[in-house]
Design a protein around this ligand. Structure first.
Ligand code: ADP
Ligand code: MG
Length: 382
């Protein structure tokens, strides 16, 4: 694993010593269930084989230093409050703070990070970093933090310390996913079920298409979508949009005056159902049939939730025209990646079709690769 070697080398260079241990946590893609997490609904991510590795050694109590292959800067800090450490190191200081705030005695540490999860592409390099560091500190300190409590701690680091208002999806995926499985997560109860997701056995593969589209207005648009959902829930008299089922959708929509809000609600309610449908199909071994559900999810994000951009719409269309069983944008939107469910042998032709469609429109070329469902956060050996 070259990323582990990179982390060890970065550790040696920064600290002139060998790390005591290595911890790895993956990026993720969401198979289906977009923007449902903060509506207390359902999501179905799986872990990428791409991981972030933290090489770590103990340091005196109350002292933390972190460096990363991604920058020349090393950052040291003591016990801090949100806002005191900023920039990329805030993700690490945030984990230390959130663990301490949850009542744990966080061990001092020297940390070096390396990552093969592309940064800022919607594959959740931020959660991979948080989860690797969190797992390292818990293991090193012998802290008693059950697995099901860990995602919320990492989420608090990102929400409160870094100041990014994200749901629980990314951290849950990075921490709780298992190899060969998709993680069916109920974002209200945090109950999970591991759903078999072995595409190779079906002669299928997932192609990730990074649109390489510049992210624009992401935070503002995300906040606006969240607000719209919360306002709709209040008008409908439910705790969250999760409480509206597809059977109740028409009646609920008839009680909303605003057309934009109606479309936002329709996306969330139908998207929750698409997660349930996908889970049912996977449980029944009817993997090919999830393709149509994925494509319907894309149309809903494009037309109702309005979070796609031309590059991701074109990637979806080109992949389907090239024979993909289904395709959809994955992640929060406004750029990022597309997933295409394809026949195992057709990665090259699908990639070429998408590249051609991008070239014709003058878009920056996409980056495509196939993925399988990898393991969640864990200690690793070199
Ligand atoms: P995503 O999670 O989709 O990759 P985010 O904007 O949420 O995008 O997180 C990316 C940010 O996380 C980076 O800009 C950087 O601040 C931080 N980050 C992620 N991985 C690393 C790393 N290996 N080293 C340092 N910072 C990182
Ligand atoms: Mg992120």
């Amino acid at each position: 694993m070259t990323v582990a070697v990179d982390a060890v080398e970065a550790f040696r260079k920064q600290y002139g010593a060998e790390p005591a241990g290595l911890w790895a946590a993956p990026g993720r893609v969401n198979l289906i269930g977009e923007h449902t997490d903060y509506n207390e609904g359902f999501v179905l991510p799986f872990a990428l084989p791409q991981r972030t590795v933290a090489a770590v050694s103990p340091a005196p109590a109350g002292e933390w230093t972190v460096c990363s292959t991604f920058t020349d800067e090393a950052v040291s800090f003591g016990r801090t409050e949100p806002g005191e450490v900023t920039g990329w190191a805030a993700y690490v200081a945030g984990i230390v703070w959130a663990l301490a705030d949850a009542g744990h005695e966080v061990p001092g540490a020297r940390i070096a990070l390396a990552s093969e999860v592309p940064l800022g592409s919607g594959l959740s390099s931020s959660a991979a970093l948080e989860s690797a560091v969190l797992t390292a500190l818990i293991d090193m300190g012998g802290l008693d933090v059950p697995l099901d409590r860990r995602p919320a701690i990492a989420q608090r680091a990102e929400n409160v310390y870094v100041g990014a208002p994200t749901g629980i999806l990314d951290q849950s995926a990075s921490i709780r996913c298992e190899e060969g499985k998709a993680l069916f997560l109920d974002c209200r109860s945090y109950e999970v079920e591991q759903i078999p997701f072995d595409l190779a056995a079906e002669g299928l593969a997932i192609l990730v298409i990074n649109s390489n589209a510049p992210h624009q207005h992401v935070d503002g648009e995300y906040g606006a979508r969240r607000k719209s959902c919360e306002e709709a829930a209040a008008i409908l008299g439910v705790r969250a949009l999760r409480d509206v089922t597809v059977d109740e959708l028409d009646e609920a929509l008839s009680r909303l005056d605003d057309d934009v809000m109606r479309r936002r609600v329709r996306h969330i309610v139908t998207e929750d159902q698409r997660v349930l449908d996908t889970v049912a199909l996977l449980r029944a071994g009817r993997v090919r049939e999830i393709g149509a559900v994925l494509t319907a999810g894309h149309a809903s994000m494009r037309d109702d939730f309005e979070i796609t951009v031309a590059q991701v719409d074109v990637a979806v269309e080109a992949a389907i025209a090239a024979g993909a069983l289904g395709a959809r944008m994955t992640g929060g939107g406004f750029g990022g990646c597309v997933l295409a469910l394809i026949e195992a042998g057709s990665a090259a032709t699908t990639t070429q079709a998408v590249e051609k469609a991008y070239a014709e429109r003058g878009f920056t070329a996409p980056t495509c690769w196939t993925v399988t469902a990898g393991p969640g956060a864990t200690a690793i050996t070199r």
